[in-house]
Design a binder for this molecule. Structure first.
Ligand code: SF4
Length: 303
C-alpha cells in the first residue's frame, strides 16, 4: 500500500483492519503541484494537501464547489495532512468495518454484513446491496463528480492511463471489498478538471447533525448554468447517502430546460431519491437528502 498523508491507512493499520504486507511512503514524489492547463482546466497532483487545494486562488475562483466541499469536511488539522489521492481512496466510516469483530463483507468477504439489521443510522440509502450498505464518506469526491474530473494513474511498469471519475468508485454489489477501479500496483498521480462551463454557478451544501460533526449526513454539489429564467445545464451529486459519490442523472434531467423555481427544485429532489432504500435507522436520510438538494439549488439560483 502507498502512504501519503496517512489519515486513513495508518488509522486502519492501528485498528488491525488493514494489514498491508508492504508500505511505501510516496511523500517525496513530485506530485504536489496545482497547474493550470492550456485548455483552461486544472491539474491537481496526487499529493496536493486538501488545505492547499481548498485555498488555491484558481480553485476558489473557477471551481468554488471543490473549495466549499473541502472546507465543509474534516478539521483544519486533518485537511493539512490529507492528500488529493488519499481523499479518493478514503474508506468508509462504517463502525462494523472498523471494529474488527463484527460480520463485515468489506473487511472479510463472505462473513455477512452486521449493518443490514444493526445500527445503520449513518449508512447509505442509494447504491447499497444485500452485501454492503456502507456510505462513501468523502465530500471532495462529491464535488469532483459534478466537475467531471479525470483520474490519472501510473502502473508499476510506468504505463499510464486515465479513469473517468464516474468509473473510479465501484458499487458494492457482491464484492464490497472492491472499492475502486485501480489495478494492483497502480498509483494515482493526478486529477484533472476540464474548464467549468462558461457562466456556471457552483455550490456545495452539507447538512449534518450533532452526532456526526465531520461526516455529512447528506450533502449536495451543484454545477449549473442559467439562461434567463431557464436552467440550461445542471450537474447534481449527493454525498453522505450513497455507497459511492452519487451523481444523479435523474435530478439533472428534472432541472434541464426548466424554470429555476422551487417547484422545479422539488421535482429534482424527488427524482434524485427515487431509487432510495431506507432501513430501520437511516430512512430519515431520504427526506434529509431531498432537503439538502432543494436548499442547495435554491441557494445556487438565489441571485
Ligand atoms: Fe461491512 Fe459494508 Fe456491512 Fe459496513 S455496511 S458492516 S462495511 S459490509
Amino acid at each position: 500500500s502507498f502512504v501519503a498523508g496517512g489519515t486513513t491507512l495508518i488509522d486502519l493499520v492501528k485498528l488491525d483492519v488493514m494489514r498491508p504486507t508492504r508500505l511505501l511512503d510516496i511523500n517525496r514524489l513530485p506530485l504536489a503541484q496545482i497547474e493550470s492547463l492550456p485548455d483552461g482546466g486544472l491539474r491537481i497532483g496526487a499529493l496536493v494537501r486538501n488545505s492547499d487545494l481548498a485555498w488555491h486562488a484558481t480553485v476558489k475562483e473557477r471551481y468554488p464547489v471543490l473549495s466549499e466541499a473541502l472546507l465543509s469536511g474534516a478539521t483544519a488539522q486533518l485537511r493539512n495532512m490529507a492528500t488529493t489521492a488519499g481523499n479518493l481512496m478514503q474508506r468508509t466510516r462504517c463502525p462494523y468495518f472498523r471494529d474488527n469483530v463484527s460480520a463485515c463483507n468489506k473487511r472479510t468477504p463472505g462473513s455477512g454484513c452486521a449493518a443490514l439489521e444493526g445500527y445503520n443510522r449513518l449508512h447509505a440509502v442509494l447504491g447499497g446491496s444485500e452485501s454492503c450498505i456502507a456510505t462513501h464518506p468523502s465530500d471532495m469526491c462529491v464535488a469532483l463528480a459534478v466537475l467531471d474530473a479525470t483520474i490519472h494513474v501510473q502502473a508499476a511498469n510506468g504505463g499510464e492511463r486515465t479513469i473517468p471519475f464516474a468509473d473510479f468508485h465501484l458499487l458494492p454489489g457482491n464484492t464490497p471489498e472492491r472499492e475502486h477501479a485501480l489495478r494492483l500496483g497502480e498509483l494515482i498521480t493526478a486529477v484533472t478538471l476540464p474548464p467549468p462551463p462558461v457562466g456556471a454557478r457552483q455550490h456545495y451544501l452539507k447538512l449534518r447533525d450533532r452526532e456526526s460533526f465531520e461526516f455529512a449526513l447528506a450533502s449536495a454539489a451543484i454545477v449549473a448554468v442559467r439562461d434567463g429564467d431557464v436552467i440550461r445545464e445542471a450537474r447534481v451529486a449527493l454525498g453522505g447517502v450513497g455507497t459511492k459519490p452519487w451523481r444523479s442523472p435523474d435530478a439533472e434531467a428534472a432541472l434541464r430546460g426548466k424554470p429555476a423555481t422551487e417547484a422545479t427544485f422539488e421535482a429534482a429532489a424527488t427524482a434524485a431519491l427515487r431509487g432510495a432504500h431506507g432501513r430501520e435507522h437511516n430512512a430519515f436520510k431520504i427526506p434529509l437528502a431531498q432537503q439538502a438538494l432543494r436548499r442547495a439549488l435554491s441557494e445556487t439560483f438565489a441571485t
